[in-house]
Structure formats: C-alpha cells, structure tokens
Write a protein that binds this ligand. Structure first.
Ligand SMILES: O=P(O)(O)OC[C@H]1O[C@H](O)[C@H](O)[C@@H](O)[C@@H]1O
Length: 540
C-alpha cells in the first residue's frame, strides 16, 4: 500500500507549505478582490465561504491532487456501491442507503437493502404517528407525554443533537428526553420528570449489549414495574437494535423492535431506526425532510467534481492544517443555540472515526490523523476560550455556522448574533498590527501595546444557511459525515471501526467485582489498586 506521505501531491504540498508560509491572508485579500467568489461554494440554501483560509488556488489544486491520488473518487464509489470498505469488521458502510430517496437498488452481498430500509421507515412512521396522536396508549389507557431515549454514543448523540436542533418543530405536550450516562443521576433526575403511566422508553442500542444502556434500561424497567406491574412493560418499552435475541430476552416484544443492520455504523445511525426519537419529536414528515437534506448532500458528494465538492473541500482544508501546517485541534462554533450539542455529536463522528494510529495495511501511521475537535455555541465561546484562538500559540482552524434567519426573531438579537459571527472570522484573519494598536491609542506604551496585538492569519470557514430547518440540518450533518470519510481515505485509515473503546470496557468489567471484594493481588498497577482500596474505604 502506498502511504500518504509517499504520494507526489503530499510531497508537493510540503514544499508548497514552506513556499507560501510568508504570505498572509490579509495580503491575499488585498491582492485579490474576487477572493470571496473564488473560494466559496453554494448548494441550495447553504453557502460555504472558505476564503479565509491560508490557501491560494495552487494550494487547492495540490490538495485536490492529493485527494485524487489517495483514491477518494474510488473510495466514494465503493461506499455508495455497498462494498465492504469497513475492512477490519468486514462490513459495508451504507448510511447513505438510509436516506436514499429514488427507487434504484443498493446492494450488499447481492441483496437490495432498500426493501428492508423502506419497511422500517414505514414502521417508524406508523409508530411515531400513533404516539403523537395519542393512539398509542400506556398500560392504563393514557396517551404518552414523555418519551425517554435510552442509549449512548451513536445511539444517543445523533438523536439528541438533532432533537435539540429541531426544537421549533416539536409537538407541545410531548417531551422527548435522553438518558445516556451510567451515572444513576442521569436516569434518576429524568424519572423525576416522568409519570409512569404516560412514559414511553425507547431503548436504543445497535448491539443491545452496551453496559450503560442495559443498566439504564433495567432501572427504567424496574421503575415502571414498581408503579404499574410487569404486564405494563410491552406498552412502555420499544427497542431500536440489530440484535433481536437480546431485545426479546430483555422482555421487549419483537413486534415493537425497530431493526437496523450491521452496515450502519453507530455514529452514522441517526438516519436509521435510531432516529425514532427524532421522528416522535418532530413528526415523520419532518424526519423525511431531514433524510432528503442528507440525500441532497449525498448526491452532491457523489457527483460534483472534487474541486467544487463541499465535503471534499472541507476535508482537504482540514488535511492542509493537520498535516502541513501543524494544527492539532479544530473548533466547531455554531452561532445557533439550537445546535448546542453539535460539537458533542461531531466529537464522536470525527474523533471516533479518525482517531486511529494504524493504517489500513496494519502498520503504524507515521503521519497525523484525526484532529482534536471542540466547540461551543457562539457567542458563549467568545467569552470563554476564543482568547486562545485569537492570541494563543496554537493554530486552531474554526468552522463558524449560522442561519440568516432565526426561528425566534426577538428584537435585535439575531442581528447581534450575526454581527458577532461575521466579526470573529474577520478578526481572526486580519488581526491587528502594533502600528494599528498605537494609531488607535497613542497613549499606550510599547509594552502595553504588545498585549493588544493580534497576529491574525488564523483560518476559518463560514457555513451560512437560510434557516435551521430539517432539510438544512440533514445537509449539514451529511456534509460533516462525508468530510470525515474523505479525510480517512487520505490518511489511509479505517474510519468505520472503533477498537480504541474496547480496552477500557474490558478493564471496567474486571474492576466491577473488585469494588466489593478488593483488588485481586497482582492484577493492577499500584495506582489502580490504590484507588480501588480508597473508594472502598470512603464508602465504608
Ligand atoms: O448502540 P450500541 O451498540 O449500544 O453502541 C453504543 C456506542 O458504544 C460503543 O462503545 C461505540 O464506541 C460507539 O460507536 C457506539 O455508538
């Protein structure tokens, strides 16, 4: 296998990074009045401005050469064709099938998956309509007022992020809540808000073996049985899973199980049955609009030439900073309160997908892979960590996201928000020179002025959309999914496994009985054994 660093475009980009280092974005904007038009892309109501990046047209050409030489086009076709590109788990990667809207087939091992996909969607439609209309009643005949999704990781973060993002579309009187953490506080505090007679639990787990989810589901079931008796369980529990045997063993009627398949990765699963809580919250028609938005981005990703392809552009800009300009982190900054869980969702999508140290050929990578991702909604972040982004010693490329129109036009708020989200990238790009600081305030000493200087030349993308509706959100999520995929291809890693989460899970199983019995002699390092003993002492 050719390693990324051996590709001609990789070496050309290394030389290019050296050559263009002295040139600032300020100079690039001054030289080229058409820079915004030359470095922006549009798809329907979504605009990507990537002009505030440390790139020239030649940089973009070289980055696209690298994408091509890395086999991005081939990998893209292989994914959409249902090939088993998740090699370490020997699975296809077909979240795109979940939102495939036309009637063509998508095959895995020769079988068209679209029949089963449509059947589950139809079942989700019937169920969500019944819950929302009140036709689905609990064991005592009352309609549901609370829906609690119990899941973790991909079985939580996607649904919770989307459900929060689309709050304006929620049905009044039907609260959709999420419990993920095995910390009993999460379940206990949620149950305080619920009436057993009108609460429906959706147990979401691809494997149905995840310790946290099974523990939470068991406690929820005990709570329900404590109030309404065991016979109430079938009316108050449904499951979203690939594992019918485990669902049945838990006591959930298989008729109330919504199926998905091993070719849906956990962090790519919100479009599948895992999205049932979303469909209940916003209604099935809106859920379909979400799928349509994603399908629109899928078609764009599949068909647009690389140099005008939004996911590819975002991916290759990330590669540029990560591999050629030494950036270790990356910030996602939605100026949209409804997207307050976006960074948490993207942390799993990006860091679980591309936080890998072994290349597809089994050798350790000698190049950087996935970045550290963090973020908070604007403007909150401005008053917290932006200091470091503006003046710190680290290079942190940023994505700013904002809607031109608010769902809540409240006085001047949205203009205030917009002015901030437009100002931040400008400030990051331009900076402020010593001469400018002094011109603004001639009374400052050199020393005082130095602290007020901004180096500038700090890169960002801006994603501007008309309004955060289901379709737009679908486009945005699919944009990031494909971006992560493209980067994984360039880095020659498998973006679709997650072996790195296994070791901690196994060790937790070993430690669990030791909390009662004490650490097994010789089984742990002195720190872990000491901590187990300390916990035992503090609890006695
Ligand atoms: O849906 P589940 O099988 O319960 O898995 C939930 C989550 O746990 C795992 O440990 C993985 O890290 C995640 O990728 C997954 O989404």
């Amino acid at each position: 296998m050719t390693h990324p660093t051996e590709r001609a475009a990789w070496r050309a980009l290394e030389a290019h990074a050296q050559a263009m280092a002295p040139e600032t974005m300020r100079e690039m904007f001054a030289r080229d009045p058409g820079r915004f038009a030359g470095f922006s892309a549009r798809l329907d109501d979504l605009l990507l401005d990537y002009s505030k990046n440390r790139v020239s047209h030649q940089t973009m050409t070289l980055l696209m050469d690298l994408a091509r030489q890395s086999g991005v086009e081939h990998a893209r076709a292989a994914m959409f064709a249902g090939e088993k590109i998740n090699a370490t788990e020997r699975r296809a990667v077909l979240h795109v099938a979940l939102r495939h809207r036309d009637h063509s087939a998508i095959r895995v091992d020769g079988a068209d998956v679209m029949g089963p996909v449509r059947a589950v969607l139809a079942k989700m439609k019937d169920f969500s309509v019944a819950v929302r209309s009140g036709a689905w009643t609990g064991a005592t005949g009352k309609p549901m007022t609370s829906v609690v999704n119990i899941g973790i990781g991909g079985s939580d973060l996607g649904p919770v992020m989307v459900t929060e993002a689309l709050k304006p579309y929620h049905q009044p009187g039907l609260a959709v809540r999420f419990v993920s953490n095995v910390d009993g506080t999460h379940m206990a505090e949620t149950l305080k808000l619920c009436d057993p007679e009108t609460t429906l639990f959706i147990v979401a787990s691809k494997t149905f073996t995840t310790q946290e989810t099974i523990a939470n589901a068991t406690s929820a079931r005990d709570w329900l049985i404590g109030h309404l008796g065991a016979s109430a369980v079938p009316r108050h529990f449904v499951a979203l899973s690939t594992n019918e045997a485990a669902v049945t063993a838990f006591g959930i009627d298989p008729a109330n199980m919504f199926e998905f398949w091993d070719w849906v990765g956990g962090r790519y699963s919100l479009w599948s049955a895992i999205g049932l809580s979303i469909a209940v919250a916003i209604g099935f028609e809106r859920f379909e609009e979400l799928l349509e938005g994603a399908a629109r981005m899928d078609q764009h990703f599949l068909t647009a030439p690389l140099d005008v392809n939004m996911p590819v552009i975002l991916a290759m800009l990330g590669v540029w900073y990560n591999n050629f300009l030494g950036a270790a982190a990356y910030a996602v900054l939605p100026y949209d309160q409804y997207l307050h869980r976006l960074a948490a969702y993207l942390q799993q999508l990006d860091m679980e997908s591309n936080g890998k140290g072994v290349a597809l050929d089994g050798t350790p990578v000698t190049w950087q892979t996935g970045p550290i991702l963090f973020g908070e909604p604007g403007t909150n972040g401005q008053h917290a960590f932006y200091q470091l982004i503006h003046q710190g010693t680290k290079l942190i490329p940023c994505d700013f996201l904002v809607a031109a129109n608010s769902h809540n036009p409240l006085g001047e708020h949205h203009d205030l928000l917009l002015s901030n989200v437009l100002a931040q990238p400008e400030a990051l790009m331009k900076g402020r020179t010593l001469a400018e600081v002094k011109a603004a305030d001639p009374t400052l000493s050199d020393e005082q002025a130095a602290h007020r200087v901004f180096s500038g030349n700090r890169p960002s993308n801006t994603l501007l959309y008309k309004r955060l509706d289901p379709r737009t959100l679908g486009m945005l999520i699919a944009l990031y999914e494909h971006k992560v995929f493209v980067q994984g291809v360039v880095w020659a890693i498998n973006s679709f496994d997650q072996w790195g989460v296994e070791l901690g899970k196994q060790l937790a199983k070993t430690i669990l009985p030791e909390l009662k019995n004490g650490p097994t002699p010789g089984a742990h390092d002195s720190s872990t054994a000491g901590l187990i003993e300390a916990v035992r002492a503090m609890r006695s």
